[in-house]
Ligand binder design. Structure first.
Ligand code: FNR
Length: 188
């Protein structure tokens, strides 16, 4: 079974360390997971007045989430919480009321920071939203990636052996979590 995982990257910048780490994760993911980044940078700011009149970029975003079997959130930390762009994407996907694109999708979180605290605050603020969104979010293993500049090699891969092993275990656990919590059974 191969699970299609939408990856939401919380940073919009071109040289994002979070995005680099996600790409490095994808390179060592088990065969049972297909990680594909769903972009959030072109989404408009959520405005309830515009509901029901979604521009194509919003429709495409919601469709991409609905099609996915699961969601991996990769977030940096801004001021001890999630970046506004990530919260905006979450809000957009959550509406219209009763038609959330996120509901029941198994999820996991990896928080990434060049600092030592590993974006713990963002990781847990995000968990709070995912509880409300009815996304079964993998409790363990937790993934707090601190000092990330020391973990990525010039080739774009995870250069630290222990971190690479940890991420492989994290993704293997996520595949099992998706299997256990998926509302649909996949044929292949
Ligand atoms: C930060 N940064 C940061 N880091 C952290 O560990 N805790 C924090 O609360 C914050 N706050 C914060 C606010 C704002 C507005 C910015 C721009 C940055 C630093 C942040 O971790 C660093 O810039 C990362 O490199 C951002 O992730 P990407 O863009 O490299 O993926």
């Amino acid at each position: 079974m191969v699970w299609d995982v939408a990856v939401i990257v919380g940073s919009l910048r071109k040289d994002s360390l979070t995005r680099k780490f996600v790409l490095a994760m994808a390179a060592i993911a088990p065969d049972t997971l297909k990680l594909r980044i769903v972009e959030i940078g072109a989404l408009p700011m959520y405005n309830q007045d515009l509901e029901g009149n979604d521009p194509a970029v919003v429709v495409d975003f919601k469709t991409a989430i609905q099609k996915a079997d699961a969601v991996l959130f990769a977030t940096p930390e801004y001021n001890r919480s999630v970046p506004g762009a990530l919260k905006n994407a979450i809000d957009i996907g959550s509406r219209p009321y009763g038609g959330s694109s996120w509901s029941a999708k198994p999820a996991a979180i990896v928080s990434v920071s060049p600092g030592a605290l590993a974006a713990f605050g963002a990781n847990h603020h995000l968990r709070q939203s995912l509880v409300f969104l009815n996304m079964p979010t993998m409790p363990q293993p937790e993934a707090y990636i601190g000092n990330v500049t020391q973990l990525l090699g010039a080739d774009g891969r995870i250069s630290n052996t222990d971190t690479a092993k940890f991420i492989q275990g994290f993704l293997t656990s996520f595949a099992a979590w998706i299997e256990a919590n998926s509302v649909k059974t996949k044929a292949s």
